[in-house]
Design a protein around this ligand. Structure first.
Ligand code: NAD
Length: 475
């Protein structure tokens, strides 16, 4: 993202892996090599028709990388952006492997992308691009509910996933599990409630766990809890918006800055996230937003004083160039790879707590896992037991009323309502994020690691290497 020539996300991830691997002498260098390598790489190109009578076509470069087959299917999003190249996709695919291991989601890592400037194309052309991309994956067996399951990422969302699943179904009408070929679908196409906001919800839950550790907050001279924490968010797309929304609504944090690629807003008294989103949707620009100061260069906000900085745009946002000036006490990596290896070392020296991407943004893949399970079982969560649970609770409450002679209030009666799909999804996500953070924290504390990232990679590599050993592939 920042001009940092020679930047390579895959190398950046592998530097972090190597640092953690030093603490796992029982895992052989050969095994570490196997874990780091990308198992299958597919690079391809295809044309898209444009409204130019002379040129007529643009040829787009596209990629799908399955990083690790130690668990199948593989899983990872599809990115539509100009930043997309093979090394970016390899780096993102490898992060998915470690991410899935950390949150105990049974997938290998994968990622895909198209090198594209979306602004140059209308919706019909973008649909053709997504359908052609999917078709190419089908041809090479790089997609399927048991093979490789894409999801949304930067520049894609529910609409693109709908085009993908429709194309897959047309080509594979005999696949009874076809809906499980991709996650992040609209609800009407067998998506799951809570997936769209899952990554942001996970960011909130992860930061809540981080801020509940008293020793860590004491070391930063901060109180425990999220309430009142001053937060700046970079990137106001799916992940950035939902992270800011839940930090404000559920955590009672104060969102003091929001940046986009074309400018930022800043107010030390706090910004109303819903009002900022309504303004952004209408203008696609923060200029003129009332109740906040407009800042032309959004990157300046990365260096403003705050408690928590949430980069939620692209990788390479905090580098050795700006890290010395970053004043945030906690950096929550909602984006993938926003802090480079060199910057991470500078921040460690400063005592900044960096909450690593592979943990913090794992809410998306966690709820994608629930969606995939729903698609394979063809039943929504809670459907079988909701009424039964309500009846059992109702009888129990009636019994209590009879025995005590005191009728319950309407509010108390409301307690009998069985959980909806969204309640179960959020409960599963909360359990996953909390448990994963405890594992990372325990590793950091018992091994005296100087960063949560090293602890997270340590936990992930340990799990993946055990998986290989159990398979009998490695002695
Ligand atoms: P998105 O396309 O919905 O939003 C990204 C936003 O960042 C856009 O609004 C874009 O204009 C903005 N942006 C681009 N450059 C910027 C800059 N220099 N400064 C400020 N803002 C800038 O994408 P997303 O799905 O929210 O993904 C964001 C990040 O989160 C990516 O790194 C992605 O890999 C990661 N992620 C996404 C998911 C998911 O479920 N979508 C899951 C895990 C991780």
């Amino acid at each position: 993202m920042s001009s940092n020539s020679g930047y390579n996300l895959f190398n950046e991830v592998n530097k972090f892996v190597d640092e953690a691997a030093q603490h796992l002498p029982e895992v052989s260098p050969g095994m570490i090599d196997q874990i780091k390598k990308c198992n299958s790489v597919y690079t391809f190109s295809f044309p898209v028709e444009i409204d130019d009578p002379v040129q007529k076509f643009h040829v787009l470069d596209a990629f799908r990388v399955e990083h690790s087959h130690h668990k199948l299917p593989t899983k990872g999003g599809i990115r539509f952006a100009l930043s997309v190249d093979l090394d970016e996709v390899k780096g993102l695919a490898s992060l998915m492997t470690y991410k899935c291991a950390i949150v105990n989601v049974p997938f290998g890592g994968a990622k895909g992308g198209v090198h594209i400037n979306k602004k140059l194309y209308n919706e019909e052309q973008l649909e053709k691009v997504m359908r052609r991309y999917t078709f190419e994956l089908i041809k090479k067996n790089f997609i399927g509910p048991a093979i490789d399951v894409p999801a949304p990422d930067y520049g894609t969302g529910e609409k693109e996933m709908a085009w993908m699943v429709d194309t897959y179904q047309m080509m594979r009408p005999d696949d009874i599990n076809a809906y499980g070929c991709v996650t992040g679908k609209p609800i009407v196409l067998h998506g799951i409630r809570g997936r769209k906001q899952a990554t942001g919800m996970g960011v909130y839950m992860g930061l809540r766990e981080v801020c509940n550790v008293k020793e860590d907050m004491d070391s930063l001279h901060l109180s425990t809890g999220l309430a009142g924490k001053r937060v700046i968010v970079q990137g106001f797309g799916n992940v950035g918006y939902h992270s800011a929304k839940f930090m404000q609504e559920l955590g009672d944090s104060q969102i003091i800055g929001i940046t986009e690629y074309n400018g930022a807003i800043y107010n030390t008294n706090g910004i109303n996230v819903e009002q900022a989103m309504a303004y952004w949707m209408e203008h696609r620009d923060f200029k003129g937003f009332p109740d906040a100061t407009f800042v032309e260069d959004g990157n300046m906000l990365l260096e403003k004083e705050c408690d928590i900085l949430i980069p939620a745009a692209l990788e390479n946002a905090i580098t050795e160039n700006n890290a010395p000036r970053v004043q945030a006490k906690i950096i929550g990596e909602a984006a993938n790879g926003p802090v480079t290896n060199a910057a991470a070392h500078i921040l460690r020296e400063k005592g900044t707590i960096v909450v690593p991407d592979m943990y913090l943004n794992a809410g998306g893949v966690t709820v994608s896992y629930f969606e995939w399970l729903k698609n394979l079982s063809r039943v929504s969560f809670g459907k079988l037991e909701r009424k039964y649970d309500e009846q059992v609770l109702d009888s129990t409450l009636k019994l209590i009323e009879q025995k005590t002679g005191k009728p319950l209030t309407e509010e108390e009666r409301d307690l009998i309502k069985g959980p909806q799909e969204l309640d179960l999804v959020n409960s599963g996500l909360d359990e996953t994020m909390t448990k994963a953070y405890n594992e990372i924290l325990e590793a950091r504390n018992t091994k005296s690691f100087d960063s949560l990232r090293t602890a997270a990679f340590y936990v992930a590599i340990d799990k993946i290497s055990h998986n290989y050993t159990t398979l009998g592939v490695w002695p």
